[in-house]
Design a protein around this ligand. Structure first.
Ligand code: PLP
Length: 379
C-alpha cells in the first residue's frame, strides 16, 4: 500500500513562501516578504569562488567542512568573544540545516522543544517534520519581544530538551539584552537543557549590540548557529556554521553524511573569503538597512500605524487589526491590489494574526514604493 509521510502532511508551509509563490508570475511585484538582501555578494567573495573552481575545489569535502573554513569561523567566533575550540565548529549547507542538525542531534521523537511565539516558521516546521513536540513561549511587544522567565518556568516538563532563541530576531527585530541572555543560560543550566541560539543576524544591529549565550557558556548548554547569507548577501551560496558543545558537535557532523555529505566546496571557499576578508562591506550594508528601516518607520508613523521599532535584523511587524481581515487574507489582498508582497503574521505564531511582517532589505526605491502602496491600500 502506498503511503505518504504523516509528519510531513502535518507540517504547514511557511506563509512567507505561500505569498512568494502567489507573487511569482505577477508583474510589477515589490518583494517585502522575503529576507533577501538587496545587494550582490561583494566582488572579493565572488572572485574567491572563481579562483576556488580553478584551483580544483570542485570535490567533496569532509562532512563538517574544510578545515580552513572551520578555522575562519573559529576566528570570527573568538573575535566576538566565544572561547570555543576547533573541535566544536562545523560547516553546514545553510544555517537552516545547521538548526536541523542540532535538533536531530539533541532530541528524540516526542521530546518537547521550546519555541517563541512569534518566531521564524521554520523552527515549528522542523519540529513537526521530526515528530518533536512544540511548546510555545510568548514574546510580548511590551517587553521588547524578549522572553520572560515567569513565562518559561511553567513550560518545563521532564520531556523538555531544547529552547530555541533567535536574537536579533526574525520577525520582531528584537535584540536581547545581556541580562536576558544571562538569565536564559541560567535557565538552561538549571533544567539541564540545550539552548539552540540562532544568531544569523548577529551583524545586523541598529540599536544596542548583539549578545551571544556562547560567550557565557562556550562548551556546556549552548549550540550557536551562524551564517553568511545575511551578513554578506550570500543567501544562494548555502553555507552556515555552528559551535556546539564537544559531545554534540560530532553528532551534528555525523548527520551530514546520510543527508547531504557536505556543503558545496566552492561555496565554502567563498565563505572563507567572506570571513577572512575585509569586513567593511557589512557596515555599508547595515547602514543601508538602517536607512531603509527609518524610511519605513517614518512613513508608517506619518500615517498613524502601530508598529514596533526593529533594533536588529531587517523586519518590521505592523499592526493591521483595523483592516478587519486576518493576516493571510490581508497579505493576499494587498498583493493582488498593489503588487506588494508581505508575510502574514499568523505564519509566525498564533498570537500574531494582527500583524503583517515587512522585510526592508530590498532596494531602497522598491521599499519606498512598497510602503507607499501599502499605506494607500490600507487607508
Ligand atoms: N534563521 C533565521 C532566523 C532566518 O530568518 C533565516 C533566513 O531567513 C535563516 C536562519 C536561514 O539562513 P541560511 O540562509 O543561512 O540558511
Amino acid at each position: 500500500m502506498k503511503t505518504l509521510c504523516e509528519s510531513l502532511n502535518k507540517m504547514p508551509r511557511s506563509g512567507i513562501r505561500v505569498i512568494m509563490d502567489l507573487a511569482s508570475g505577477m508583474d510589477d511585484v515589490i518583494h517585502m516578504e522575503l529576507g533577501e538582501p538587496g545587494f550582490q555578494t561583494p566582488d572579493h567573495i565572488k572572485e574567491a569562488a572563481c579562483k576556488a573552481i580553478h584551483d580544483g575545489f570542485t570535490k567533496y569535502t569532509a562532512n563538517n567542512g574544510l578545515l580552513s573554513l572551520r578555522e575562519a569561523c573559529l576566528g570570527k567566533i573568538q573575535r566576538d568573544g566565544g572561547q570555543v575550540g576547533i573541535q566544536q565548529i562545523g560547516i553546514a549547507p545553510g544555517s537552516v540545516f545547521a538548526l536541523a542538525q542540532a535538533m536531530m542531534a539533541v532530541t528524540n521523537p516526542g521530546d518537547e522543544v521550546l519555541l517563541s511565539d512569534p518566531g521564524w516558521p521554520n523552527y515549528y516546521m522542523q519540529t513537526i517534520a521530526m515528530e518533536r513536540t512544540p511548546v510555545f513561549y510568548p514574546l510580548r511587544e511590551e517587553n521588547g519581544f524578549e522572553p520572560m522567565m515567569e513565562d518559561l518556568e511553567p513550560l518545563i516538563t521532564p520531556r523538555t530538551r531544547v529552547m530555541i532563541i533567535n536574537t536579533p530576531s526574525n520577525p520582531t527585530g528584537g535584540v536581547y539584552s545581556q541580562k536576558t541572555i544571562e538569565k536564559l543560560v541560567e535557565f538552561a543550566k538549571k533544567h539541564d537543557i540545550y539552548i539552540l541560539s540562532d544568531e544569523v543576524y548577529d551583524k545586523i544591529v541598529f540599536d544596542g549590540e548583539h549578545h551571544s549565550p556562547l560567550n557565557i557558556d562556550p562548551n556546556g548548554h549552548v549550540i550557536s548557529i551562524y551564517g553568511v547569507s545575511k551578513a554578506y548577501a550570500m543567501t544562494g551560496w548555502r553555507v552556515g556554521y555552528y559551535s556546539a558543545p564537544t559531545e554534540v558537535a560530532p553528532q551534528m557532523n555525523k548527520i551530514l553524511e546520510p543527508y547531504v555529505s557536505c556543503a558545496s566546496a566552492v561555496s565554502q571557499k567563498a565563505a572563507e573569503a567572506a570571513l577572512n576578508g575585509p569586513q567593511d562591506c557589512i557596515g555599508t550594508m547595515v547602514e543601508a538597512y538602517r536607512e531603509r528601516r527609518d524610511l519605513v518607520m517614518d512613513k508608517l508613523q506619518q500615517e498613524g500605524f502601530e508598529f514596533s521599532r526593529p533594533k536588529g535584523a531587517f523586519y518590521l511587524m505592523a499592526n493591521i487589526s483595523k483592516a478587519g481581515m486576518d493576516s493571510y487574507t490581508f497579505a493576499k489582498e494587498l498583493l493582488k491590489a498593489t503588487g506588494v508582497a508581505t508575510a502574514p503574521g499568523l505564519t509566525f505564531g498564533q498570537d500574531s494574526d494582527k500583524f503583517i511582517r515587512f522585510s526592508f532589505c530590498a532596494d531602497t526605491e522598491q521599499i519606498r514604493e512598497g510602503i507607499n502602496r501599502f499605506c494607500t491600500f490600507y487607508n
